[in-house]
Ligand binder design. Structure first.
Ligand SMILES: [Zn+2]
Length: 477
């Protein structure tokens, strides 16, 4: 293979005079090339002409083509120490200058976007999409929640030592190679074999537009879906956490749904990006029956992992309310959910310990629940709405119970669970609990209380299935 073959190949790919090309390359991939790295650079420049530009990344380990280009007398290097680029040709300086002023390494104002705006191309010469740095520009434009910041001591363009931070900086792992087929199918990329190398030529502006479109649809579009990839598991958790942070409600999960053992629950909650847990069962034991020391340890373990306890749920009204309230205070649990019963007279005991009591409907209609609530909690109406409870009482939870009970004033929590009229537990929105309607109506009034997955009811699947089902529920409202 000769230099002229390369020139012909580049022209066949669609390159012409005055074009700007950002090249990522492997010289060796060309195979049996009769020439040097400089011949490859010259081949590009003979196609692009003196008014075009050939640009290469000069960060990380440099390949031989990159080294040679950077070493050229007329090479212009962008001033930023992150995402640094070097280029030759008439248009290089235009697109590469001002990199220091850009607030992000790859995003707005950076050379990457300038090259795209100038109608430039990304050329992957014998390397794959993993090397396509401009895809980080799409992540930065989207301000994806898993992106971090990068701080380093460096010299400003005048040579003064400064410490600078770049935001929306790329994460540790991504799945850019998984985007290759999308680019191929969308027609923004030409692929041609030149020598032994697969050479890809991508229209940069259209690539960014396509990626931003993908990212708007799914912020995890650039991440891998390998459950063993700790980096992408963490980055996906950041995406979900931000999504929930943008909701008015707070999201919690029952400990029974989260797992059997505390470390297991912590691992799952962290991987999902959920920051609250409701204690009902731990290791198959009712938390309400545990002693203060045991509860304190559990609360402490969660706290250390950055997870707060949203409430402790007892399925029976405690016999010794004073002892129970004292135990909650000692364990550091400020909120308790109890079944709504007419016989409850422990309000004063909990109030004394500064523990909030919320009541959840059991087998009763909305009218009965509202009446009982007004009786046992005349001062403080705090209600946990359990759709399963109303289904078991034969009432349509949204169409009848929600409206009849006028729970808007008193609602502190919506238990996210579902079941059928014959009592079978079901995934969210797959039973008669009208959970989709209940979530939707509470979103519409910016409900700021809790939504608790698996609260007050078992779930017919594991934790991951429940989070997936809930995400789907939100996606389809
Ligand atoms: Zn990954």
């Amino acid at each position: 293979m000769k230099k002229s073959d390369l020139v012909n190949g580049l022209k066949e790919l669609g390159l012409k005079k005055n074009d700007i090309v950002l090249m990522h390359s492997s010289f060796r991939s060309l195979g049996d090339f009769e020439g040097t790295a400089d011949d490859v650079i010259d081949a590009f420049m003979s196609v692009l002409g003196p008014k075009g530009a050939l640009i290469v990344p000069v960060f990380g380990a440099l390949g031989v083509l990159t080294e040679r280009l950077k070493a050229r007398k007329d090479a212009f290097v962008s001033e930023a120490p992150v995402g640094t680029l070097a280029g030759i040709g008439g248009r290089a300086k235009d697109v590469l200058s001002g990199h220091w002023e850009s607030e992000t390494a790859h995003g707005e104002g950076s050379p990457f976007l300038k090259i795209a705006d100038a109608g430039g191309y990304v050329c992957l010469l014998g390397v794959d999409q993993d090397r396509n740095t401009t895809l980080h520009s799409a992540e930065a434009i989207l301000k994806l929640p898993y992106l971090g910041s990068h701080t380093e001591k460096c010299k400003d363009p005048k040579g003064k030592e400064v410490t600078r931070t770049w935001n929306f900086y790329p994460g540790p792992h991504r799945d850019f190679i998984g985007l290759d087929h999308i680019m191929r199918e969308s027609g923004i990329m030409e692929v041609l074999r030149i020598g032994d190398a697969q050479v890809r030529l991508i229209r940069m502006k259209e690539m960014l537009e396509l990626m931003v479109e993908l990212g708007d649809e799914d912020p995890a579009f650039a991440l891998c879906d390998n459950p063993a990839c700790a980096d992408c598991v963490r980055q996906r958790a950041a995406i979900f956490a931000e999504r929930i942070a943008n909701e008015s409600f707070k999201l919690s999960v029952s400990s029974r749904l989260a797992g059997r053992y505390v470390p297991e629950m912590i691992e799952k909650l962290k991987a999902a990006g959920i920051q609250y847990i409701e204690l009902d069962y731990v290791q198959g034991k009712a938390c309400a029956n545990m002693d203060a020391g045991q509860l304190k340890r559990i609360v402490g373990d969660f706290k250390e992992a950055g997870i707060a306890v949203s409430a402790l749920r007892s399925y029976v009204v405690p016999e010794d309310v004073n002892g129970f309230a004292g135990k909650m205070k000692e364990a550091g649990i400020g909120r308790v959910i109890l079944p709504l019963t007419e016989s409850f007279d422990g309000a004063a005991a909990f109030e004394k310990e500064g523990v909030v009591v919320d009541f959840v409907n059991t087998h009763m209609t909305a009218a009965q629940a509202a009446k009982t609530l007004a009786k046992v909690a005349p001062k403080r109406f705090a209600f946990v709405f359990n759709p399963s409870g109303f289904v078991l009482a034969g009432q349509m939870p949204f169409l009848r119970s929600w409206k009849a009970g006028q729970f808007i004033k008193s609602l502190s929590q919506l238990d996210v669970n579902d079941r059928t009229w014959d009592g079978e537990i079901r995934p969210f929105a797959k039973g008669n609990g009208e959970i989709k309607e209940l979530v939707s109506i509470n979103r519409c009034r910016n409900f700021s209380g809790w939504l608790t997955l698996g609260g007050g009811s078992p779930y017919p699947g594991d934790f991951n299935a429940a989070v997936k089902d809930f995400t789907h529920l939100l996606d389809t409202i």
